[in-house]
Design a protein around this ligand. Sequence first.
Ligand code: ISL
Ligand code: CA
Length: 539
Amino acid sequence: MEKAWYKEGIVYQIYPRSFKDSNNDGIGDIKGIIEKIPYLKDLGVAIVWLSPVYKSPMEDNGYDISDYQDIAPVFGDLSDMKKLIKELHKVKIKLVMDLVINHSSSEHDWFKKSVKRVGKYSDYYHWEDKPRNWTGFFGGKAWSYNEERKQYYLHLFSKGQPDLNWDNPELRSDIKKMITYWLELGVDGFRCDVINLIAKNNLHPRGRKRLILTGREHYLSYPNLHKYLHELNRDVFSKYDCFTVGETVFVSPKDGVLLTSPKRKELDMVFQFEHMDADNYFVKWFIKKFKPMNLKKPLSNWQNNVNEKGWNTLFLESHDQPRSINRFGSLAFHDESAKMLATMLYFQQGTPFIYQGQEIGMTNISFDNLEDYQDVETHNIYKLMRKMLFSKKRIMKKIKYVSRDNGRTPMQWDDSKNAGFSDQKPWLKVNPNYKDINVAKEHLDKDSIYNYYKKIIKLRKVYPVIVYGKYRDIDFNNKSLFIYRRYDKTNELIVLCNFTDKDYTMDKFEYKNHKLILSNYKENDDFVLKPYEARVYYK
Ligand code: ISL
Ligand code: CA
């Protein structure tokens, strides 16, 4: 297998709005990130991925971009951005930016010109005289009327996020120029937002009626996608020492291989979401009780079918996901389960992604008032479910478990006012548990979740088998344990994880001659795994 820095290093995702506020307006910003570079360095991450900081009306917190080559004033300006790149590079940390090119904001100049049918821009978006029956990701109709142009336009996300028309070569050429601009500034790669939606089928507009995403057969990994990705790679990415990670929704391991196979030269890796359905029925709002098997099955399926052919990513959290302890671990075994989940995930094959706050075990918030939630999706879904006659109580219960704001509360730095995030009222309330869960406290405790993450990051540098070794499941049908083996010609790792809150007694123990290199308990009984115990053995 080909070696690469982006396979070896660990990525840390920053949601700028919630990371660190430097000028006390209640919103995190680029200068705040610069302040915290020593923190990132201490943790040991190699790459930082920044959620969007571009100019935006912020209908979807920056995933609605109105100028791809400028910075939103709330986050700072271009000189701050250049400084961030420089300061990160000084300490050998790479920077990956978010690339939101399936759609722009309706405030983007391109859209304004498209509305007025100005020259080449007329065709930069998808326009139709009659709306199609497609529905969007945030619930509701995906085609909306524009009064001025007197036509309907496509938006798979909110109304202010019109989809770009990738069939237009002039649009593609403008996108390539824009990406080149950032690469020239020194950016080391991109996380490509919903990239497998960019190609649309415009010939068969009627969508098959479905409970969610009617019409999705016309844009989910539609064949032209591969053509457009290959073109971007050939004309732009391949000319720089950078990497791309595609956010790809509703993809199978087979798609994963097509998208990341080095021979095909499309993307370097993808985020897939099959394991994010471990506690829901396909749609996150239809919650079901979590069963370890539902996490194990998709994760091992991707390991078994993508490894050696393409490249995986390893993630449990992001700015779109609730906190993993609430979903797959246990609040009663907060530290143990946080460490177990990290062990289970990061010793698999793929590039590890840590989402801010995950490394200290941040958890979901639980607001009783809808008004305390800020996310556009949460509000859209609330309205939709009210229309569907769900009771307010029932909807709020769902929101508490699922809302994207669970992962967006301000980073908990210390136990001072607003968790040390800002002097002013933060844009989204701080989780009241910040007195217990915060960076300052965990720095001092050698057994903290933070220091456990540090150990994992260090081990990855010591044992290349963690990065490049093959993967094999052990005792796959076990409903309580997740056990697997990583190996190459001369090295072997065994990862043992207990997903239950009870002792688990194994009937055999075959690792007597292995060395225990990591565990979340101080003492380990060979045969008995304590609640949420995790161990890694090496031979
Ligand atoms: O969280 C979701 C909605 O329930 C996901 O389906 C999410 O919308 C999907 O993964 C796409 O996410 C990305 O694009 C969106 C943006 O809102 C998300 O924050 C971003 O990660 C539109 O740009
Ligand atoms: Ca600020």
